[in-house]
Each structure stands twice: as structure tokens, then as C-alpha cells.
Design a protein around this ligand. Sequence first.
Ligand SMILES: [N-]=[N+]=N[C@]1([C@H](N)O)O[C@H](CO)[C@@H](O)[C@H](O)[C@H]1O
Length: 829
Amino acid sequence: MSPTELSADLLHASDRTSLSKDSFKRAFIDNLFYTQGKFLQVATHKDYYQALAYTVRDRLLYRWVSTATAYTGQVSRTVSYLSAEFLMGPSLGNTLINLGILDEVRQAVGELGLDLTDLLDQEAEPGLGNGGLGRLAACFIDSLATLELPALGYGIRYEHGIFYQTIVDGWQVENTDNWLRYGNPWEIRRPEWSVEVKIGGFTETYTDTEDRHRVRWVPAKTVVGVPFDSPIPGYRVNTANTLRLWSAEATQSFDFEVFNRGDYLGAVNKKVTSENLTKILYPNDETPQGKELRLEQQYFFVACSLHDMIRILKGQGGSIERFHEKFAVQLNDTHPAIGVAELMRILVDDYLLPWNDAWSITTQTFGYTNHTLLPEALERWPLDLFRRLLPRHLELIFEINERFLHDVRVAFLGDEARVRALSLIDETGERYVRMAHLATVGSHAVNGVATLHSDLLKKDVLADFYALSPQKFHSITNGVTPRRWLALANPRLCELFRETIGDGWAKELDQLRRLERHADDAAFAERWRAIKLDNKRQLADLIVQRTGIEVDPESMFDVQVKRIHEYKRQHLAVLQIIAMYHRLKSDPNAEVLPRTFIFSGKAAPGYAIAKLMIRLITAIGDVINYDPEVRGRLKVVFMPNFSVTTGQRIYPGADLSEQISLAGKEASGTGNMKFAMNGALTIGTMDGANIEICEEVGSDNFFTFGMTAAQVEERRRAGYDPREVIEANPELHAVVELIRNGLFSRGDTELFKPIIDGLLWHDTYMLAADYASYSDCQLEVDRAYRDTARWTRMSILNVARSGKFSSDRSIQEYADKIWKVTPVSVPLL
Ligand SMILES: [N-]=[N+]=N[C@]1([C@H](N)O)O[C@H](CO)[C@@H](O)[C@H](O)[C@H]1O
């Protein structure tokens, strides 16, 4: 009997694969005892959670092993998704949804006197990402598994993820995240697949025994990359792909010799410095941290991942010349772009492939996704730092550049300006390596993450590359997984779906379109409203619990949750709220539609204006929320610590989704999609994916305002003076004066001066220019909300027409257009 048959037999024999309620109860008690060493009476909620996690994990491992067996057997073409961030969120709930056992497990633990919701809340959230880019990676690997596409997610196992945000005296305070405090039942350490990574040092050429010219890289130090694997189950399929996160460890954890010389710190120095490599996630969204450690982190996980892919290829008898046939490697932004040079180093230096063969394999292997147009977000590394950390890679990048610019000169004879613009090397200042250029030249496919964004990429940031190789450029609009963002986050609404259209929508989101025929059904609309109100009540409970602020679930919940950034314009919403407050103060008996403004989001610790924007939000709340004349008709809440878990609680309870970035700045947005599919209506600019949401749901079910991206450019070209605009708009002028005079800062006119001065003298993100249109649009929102039947109909149609925004659709496009990969069905062992 073969090992596979034997293990299949043993697996079937054990009770640890069964999904039945009773097997669960038995296994749960077993794990509580044998894993946690506790029994029901003395166990803590953490113990119960851990025991349940291990019980569910067993069922997952069964699929994981079955999947690995299927893939090994078939040498299937595999997607490798390289991302410095994976914002996974808690695993237990999502796994129960994808295995289709949520109800059984809820019942099983219920019969043991426990509440599944409590246990779900025990799980620490792995915050291994900053925002949209990291969460997109998580949604994508969920869809890859659900579509039964062989895939590996490769990233970094940060010991400390994104900071835990608390609000103290109205200010953001960053607290170290300790997601690993109680261990992580969802990962398995795989030391057997460790990789040694070189860093620093120098290169030297030599002639080897076969008289061949070779280059040797003599590193200054080596670090060991240890993989931690987590199973990624697809929805209602047997497939469980792998997320492989690399952790840095020392080649030698304790140097006895140094210790014997009485230098204890010296003895552990290697261990400490090595582990520092994956100690913490850089908390910046859109603003690269030009720190040495950041480049080391990027090279470390990319080097480990490429080494690991070659191990897998070799393990299946594959040859290096066919690496690109086995692996389709996607670069999630430029953070892993060093991969282009690393694969060339391996192919040329280690496998001695001729340059052109190596380059052909490399360019056929990589695809590059750009996620931002913000110039300050495009990574470029100083040559000195590069030379010091990665001397061989810099040599290779120069070679790549020389050959590339030769082609450019042939294509654009005598156009040296274009040569400078396209070069991988920015010759200004201390000279830099442009990572977006390396990624673009080294890939066979480049894509933006929404139609407008991809157009602007072709017209602007990568225009010269588009002119050179238009065939490389694609557009694949982002998506989000309906499993976490609907099935798990909004069970009430999904129950109504089940009764009305069945539950095929979770795998085929376009099926939601069947709800359209119920949009005018009064009884259905009544239920729809009742569900939204219940979700709002639940959100109101969370708000008072987290902030102490009482809010009225009957009021309109007007929500803006995302990273704090000037281009996302949370401060535009603040200006409008102050105008509403001002209007109310000038006529307290005016008929005002009660609104609760809910903000949430983290500011990068070094981004002072963003932190001041949070302070402004809490400051206006401190005044408005306790102003007796307002009588609770306006409430402003800043919910601390926006995360995947918090998002799951907020999206189902929102009425209005604020997507108000300056057109041309938000590449896509993904929160906008989560709101729409949970029945919130959007007030938004024609930016990123807002445009496509508006197209799908219909412009009469979307509140549009503001300049388009073209109008923004036009206005900027024509010369933009924000003071002129503010002077000309009495309401806006009054609002600016109220802030300037310290109404929201106990008379301190200095506190918000940086924001006011920014507005008056620069207004980089054109708040003043879009203010009037935004303010008018909010009045339109009021009118629509008063017409309950109309609002409910719009809400139903937003959900019914949000099918496009499933990450399954995005991934199918990547598979068809870029990766050329096909599903592999996995038989259970
Ligand atoms: N980095 N980055 N970019 C972003 C987000 N900030 O993470 O990627 C997200 C995922 O593509 C986009 O939705 C969002 O618009 C864009 O700003």
C-alpha cells in the first residue's frame, strides 16, 4: 500500500476529518484537554477558542494535504502572489464559512454551553498589512482557492503587525501589536524548507574549474528565512492553498565563543539583529519608508520565495529553463520588484544561463500590479544603499538598464529625454533605482487596479513605457471576497438572500442581480430595512462600547472608514459637518435629518497632518455631541483601531458610504465595494472604482459630485487659488473661520492652523474647489433618505448590481489575461 493510500486510510479512520456536529463536540473536548490541558470547568475563553481553532484546523489540514497531493501529482502551473502585506483578518469565522460548517459548529459549542460569537472574538487579528493593498492580497488568495487555482501566497511574518490604535485626549496613540501573544493555531513552522539569504558584502569575478567567467557574491551577513505555512481554504471546494510567510532567524542563535569571552550581548547579537528583519511592519500606506531595513525586508522575502519556488520545481523534476512555465509570479506593487534582479542573479550566476535566455524566462515569469499614482508613493532606492545591501543586484540592474535603453534608443532615435525618463536609474540627486521601472521592464504584464487608474497609468506615470510596449498594459478592477465581507459580516442580510435567491451568490456574486425583481416589493423592502436597522443597532452597541458615545440607530449612519490621508479628504467631510452644525446653530428649530457621522482609520505615525485630521474629527465631536441645541441630531464618532474585524462590524451598519477622494488620486478603493454590497449608498467623486460602481448600480442610485480627473487637471493648469474660492463661498468661509477661531479647540487658534493654512495656501487636494458640489450633493442625500421607499429601492439595487466587485471576477481576469492558469480539482484523500 503506497504512503498516500496508507495516510488516506489513517485519515479516514480518524474522527478528525468529520464535519458532523457530534464529532466536533468530541474533538473540541479532546483538544481542550490534550492541546490546552484544560477541562470545561476551568478553561478560559482563550482556551475554548484555541481548542476550537485546533478542531477546525484538523478539518482544514485534511483538505490541505489533499490539495498538496493533487498539485504534486499533476505538476500544475502555479500562481505565486508576492506581497509585502497580507491583511488576512481573523481566520476562524472565515474558515467555518468556507468549510460550510458555521451552523454546525455554532450548535456544537452551544450544546457545550458556549457562544460561538464570544469564541470568535477571542482570536487576535494578524494585522500584517496597512490597508487596501494588503487586504486585496487576502481577498485574492481566498478567491484563488475558491476558483481551485493552484497558488501560493508569499509574504513576511511580521512579529508585530500594524499598530493598535487608541485615541487619548482626541489624539491617535500607537500601541505595539502583539498578535502572536497566545501563539497562532493557524500556522505550521516548516524549518525543513528554510532558506539562507545573503545580504551586503561585495562581488568578485573569477574563472571556475571549467574555465568559465563567474561572479561570486561574498555577503557581509546571512540570515535564515524560516517559512510559516497557513492553509487557505476555498469556499465550498476541497482546495486549500498555502500562504507561506517568511520569518527571519539567525544562522547561529547563540555564539558560545563570544559568550565564553564574557560578552553575553555579543553572543546573542546575531540572533537579535537577524530577527529584527521581520520584527515589524512599516506602518505607511502610500508613503514608502526609505529605510535600509525596509529594503532588506523586501529582498529577504523575495529571495526566500524564489528559492522556494525553485525547490518545488526541482522537487517535481522540472528544469530551471522552464521556470516560467511552472510559475506565474505576481508582484503586488513594487515592494517585491527586487525579484526581477534576484531571478536574473539566480539564472545567470547560479545556473549560468546566457543573459538573453535568463531575461526571457524572467520577463515571462513576472506580472506587476501598480496600486498608486501618487508620485511620493513610487519607491526609489538610493544607489549607495542599494550597492551596500545588494551589490550584485545593482550590477545586474545596470546591465538590465543598459540593454533596455539600447532598445529605447533604437525605438526613439535621438530622444535622450525619453531615455532619461525611461531609465531604471534616476540620475537626479544621490541617484536612485526606480522600482516601478524595474518591475515594468522585468514583467510581461502591467496592470492598474481600476479602469480610470489604468488609463492614467498609460497617460501619465508609465506613459513612456506604454508608448514602448502597449501590449503589456492591462486593467483589472479590484474586487473583494463576498465570503468575509457578506457571508461572515452580514448574516442577517444573507439569510434574506437565502430565502429569496438561494445561496449560490457566495460563489457567483452576479446571482445577486436576481434581487432586482424584489426592489419594488414593499414586504421585501420592509424586511430589508429591518435588517439594516438591526445591523445599525449592533454597530451602535459597538460604538458606545468603544467610544462611550450614544448614537441613534434611527439616524442616518454616514460612514468614512479608510486610512487617514489628505487625498482621501476626511477633512472635506469635516468641513461639511461643521456647515451642517453651523446651519443648525443659526436655526436650532430647523428641520434637520438626524445623522451620525462615523469615521475610522489609522494615520501613519510620521504623518503629522493625518494625525491632526483625526484630532479635528474628535474635536468637532467633543463640541457637537454635547451641544444641547443639537439635541443629538448630529453625532460625530471616531471609532478607534480600524481593522478587518472592525470593518466587518461597520460595513453592514452603514447607510451612506463616503468615497470623496480627489478624482485621479484613489487608484481603486475596495471599501467602496464592501459598502455597496452591504446595501449602503455611495456619495463619491468619479475616482477609482467609484466610476465602475456608479456604472453598475446606475447613476440614479449613486450620489456623484465634484470634478472629474480631467477637470482637476484642467483646473490646476488654469491656476487654482483656494482663497478665492473660499472667499466666494460664504458657507465655506464661515466654516474655515470657525475652525481658525478655535471653536473646536477651546479657543486655541494654533491647534488646527496647519490644516487651515494648508487649505488656504495650497489646498493640494482641492477641497475648496469641490466643496460646493459636495455640500449640494449632501442635501440631495438628505432628500433621498427622507423618501424611505426610494432609499430602500436604491439600496436593494446597489446590492443586486454589485456582482462585478467580487474578487473572484478579478482573479478570473488575472488568470485569463496574465497568468494563463487553469483550475485543478482536488479529490479528498
Ligand atoms: N498602496 N496602495 N494602494 C492602494 C491602497 N492604499 O492600499 O491599494 C488599494 C488596492 O489596490 C487601492 O484600492 C487603493 O486605491 C490604493 O490607494
